[in-house]
Design a protein around this ligand. Structure first.
Ligand SMILES: [Zn+2]
Ligand SMILES: [Zn+2]
Ligand SMILES: [Zn+2]
Ligand SMILES: [Zn+2]
Ligand SMILES: [Zn+2]
Ligand SMILES: [Zn+2]
Length: 196
């Protein structure tokens, strides 16, 4: 029998090993208070929904966005996984790195959508092509960040990865959660050190 449940819980913002858990719903995990705070704006509505579900209330999955918990405003179904999400692509502003649009976030930054768009076929959770990425850290991030639906995060089995430190200042970098560059000599450099 193969064990596929995750041994380590990962942060919903950066995929680094988690140090704390949401005390409201117990479903989401974070590496730090900082990332827990970053996630809260989108998590707070979902948190209430998960708590109502845990108490046995039937909250239909198509009545709210699975990424931010919104019930009002236009909702649509994703093509990749046929789940309910905000129909909000227009919230994204061209040439910004804004993460304001749930639809775009799921589309661009998740294994679910990558697997679908690249037509890998078969189950995304055991897909070997999805395991090839720029780094194990980014592969893990694509699987467990909060642009994924909770059910997928719970099924995910992200790879372990070595920490990446900035080649200049030595600071631990969280590659999925901050912008960074890859240096020609190898290794990553943080935004401040690269002068951006
Ligand atoms: Zn984190
Ligand atoms: Zn919660
Ligand atoms: Zn949403
Ligand atoms: Zn999907
Ligand atoms: Zn795949
Ligand atoms: Zn640096």
């Amino acid at each position: 029998m193969t064990e596929t449940t995750r041994s380590i819980k990962r942060c919903a913002i950066c995929a680094h090993p988690a140090a704390s858990q949401c005390s409201g719903c117990g479903k989401t995990f974070y590496c730090s208070k900082e990332h827990q705070k970053d996630a809260w704006t989108k998590h707070k509505r979902l948190c209430k929904i998960y708590q109502r579900q845990a108490q046995g209330e039937d909250v239909p999955a198509d009545s709210f966005c699975g990424l931010c918990g919104k019930t009002d405003g236009p909702l649509m179904k994703t093509q990749c996984c046929n789940r309910t999400i905000c129909d909000d692509y227009e919230k994204y502003r061209m040439f910004t790195y804004s993460h304001a649009s749930c639809a775009r976030n799921h589309d661009r930054y998740t294994r679910c959508c990558f697997h679908y768009n690249e037509r890998h076929g078969g189950d995304q959770f055991t897909c070997e092509k999805c395991e090839e990425g720029p780094s194990a850290e980014m592969v893990a991030w694509y699987e467990v960040n909060n642009f994924n639906f909770q059910a997928d995060i719970e099924r995910a089995n992200p790879p372990d990865f070595p920490p990446s430190n900035c080649v200049k200042c030595g600071r631990l970098m969280k590659l999925g959660a901050e912008s960074h560059a890859y240096t020609p000599t190898g290794g990553y450099i943080c935004d401040e050190c690269s002068g951006h």
